[in-house]
Design a protein around this ligand. Structure first.
Ligand code: FAD
Length: 401
């Protein structure tokens, strides 16, 4: 998509990943609801957000996705997920059944369809435009500079920074940056393995992926997404690529890994503001990822939706003092949706990363004796804690507020 860009918009959204797409969709739906097109919107990205492979394992909660988009297109669903198989360091497998709980999605197609819908609802979509700078807010505008197939400047009344992980825009301003607890993650698309297509597999323990976990998430019957994320504090002692190759050699000997794709995941929770002077952050650029599961797709979509709703309110206001409650409400709503839970998980992350391989093995051994239909998430959690009682104290933040 390469819509010509105008020199002025009410709203510029930078980044057409899950956060930016939901922001554009929310603006479009609001415009449609108001009867006449009310606000002009540009959605820019430096590249087509459907370029394969999207750097992701593509697992989401089924209900979570249904809650966020008008319709989950059947074509977005690679496979339904009916549960998780946890694998401990010595290979003991524990199956947690939760039929219909998740989806493995074709993110590339979902991105494409959401961009088409945003465009149908009025957004100008240009995916050959890399934002290079966003000015401070002056005289009711920010200036977005971009380059790509063409270069230029856009005056914007509101900017949504949905540009993903790493230092984004608004540096030096009192706003969160997506550069907190950034962890390396790698994956390969592998064929020739055997696995149930309706279960995701997660490997916990230092011998797989210190401070993080390794995974096998099916794409279909033939191809699986196999990868890992390493805890930030372990990334020097366990370099991601070597750890990935060791994991593959140990777990799937004989399988040839041709290409490995990489990414980073900004986990954690930040207390910094999510918006300042008509600049809003959403998704990875605002550290919205779940600190332990490292899930960030729905979190980014929710962030983009909430940022857009707040931006619509801010467009009606002039004074910063009037806008401050809107910025706060955006953060409060985010906290209510995911942020508070992420904060609790963030506090428990270091003790969780400290769980030794023997503890996982002990917990898995006792859980493996329980019939699959009786294995619940809380049983898995408690069994792990009981294997090392001192962890109960360390991980109290997960249980208490
Ligand atoms: C290997 C890996 C596996 C993962 N697996 C899962 C999973 O299974 N489930 C899950 O929920 N989460 C997963 N995540 C996390 C998830 O992918 C992210 O949290 C999610 O993509 C965040 O969405 P976003 O819109 O904030 O950012 P992104 O998806 O990163 O989108 C940002 C967009 O901005 C564009 N952009 C960047 N800079 C600029 C610029 N200057 N100008 C214009 N455009 C720009 C990029 O091209 C990109 O399209 C995984 C992450 C990784 C790395």
């Amino acid at each position: 998509m390469k819509d010509p860009l105008l020199s002025e918009y009410d709203i510029v959204v930078i980044g057409a990943g899950p956060a930016g797409l939901l922001a554009a969709l929310t603006f479009g739906l609001a415009n449609a609801k108001s009867g006449a097109k009310r606000y002009s919107v540009a959605l820019i990205d430096k590249r087509d957000p459907w370029r394969e492979p999207v750097s992701c394992a593509e697992a989401v909660s089924a209900q979570g996705l249904r809650d966020l988009v008008p319709k989950v297109e059947p074509a977005w669903v690679r496979e339904p997920i009916d549960g998780v198989i946890f694998i401990s360091p010595n290979g003991t497998r524990v199956t947690f059944r939760h039929p219909g709980s998740g989806l493995l999605i074709d993110r590339a197609l979902m991105h494409k369809n959401l961009a088409e819908e945003g465009r149908r609802l009025g957004a100008h979509c240009n995916f050959r435009a890399r934002a290079t700078a966003v000015s401070r807010y002056r005289e009711g505008r920010r200036i977005v500079k971009y380059e790509g197939d063409s270069s230029g400047e856009i005056k914007a009344r509101v900017v949504i920074d949905a540009s993903g992980p790493g230092l984004g825009f608004g540096q030096g301003e009192n706003i969160t940056q997506g550069n907190f607890d950034v962890e390396p993650a790698l994956f390969a698309l592998v064929s020739g393995l055997e696995y149930p297509t309706n279960y995701i597999q997660m490997f916990f323990g230092r011998n797989y992926a210190p401070g993080g976990y390794a995974w096998l998430f099916p794409r279909d019957k033939h191809v699986a997404n196999v990868g890992l994320v390493i805890g930030k504090q372990f990334s020097k002692e366990a370099p991601a690529r070597k750890t990935m190759m060791d994991f593959m050699a140990k777990t799937y000997p004989g399988v040839t890994v041709e290409t490995v794709h990489g990414g980073v995941i900004p986990c954690g929770y930040t207390h910094d503001p999510l918006a300042v002077e008509n600049l809003f952050k959403a998704g990875d650029s605002a550290n919205m990822v779940n600190p332990i599961s490292r899930a960030g797709i729905l979190e980014a979509m929710k962030g983009g939706q909430l940022a857009a709703e707040a931006a619509l309110a801010v467009l009606e206001l002039g004074l910063e003092s009037e806008k401050a409650p809107i910025y706060k409400a955006y953060k409060d709503k985010w906290d209510e949706a995911y942020g508070k839970a992420n904060l609790r998980i963030h506090r428990a992350k270091a003790p969780f990363a400290g769980i030794g391989d023997e503890t996982f093995d002990k917990a898995a051994k006792s859980l493996a004796k329980i019939p699959t239909e009786k294995v619940t998430m809380s049983r898995i959690f408690l069994s792990t804690l009981w294997s090392t009682p001192s962890l109960i104290w360390k991980m109290r933040s997960l249980i208490t507020n």
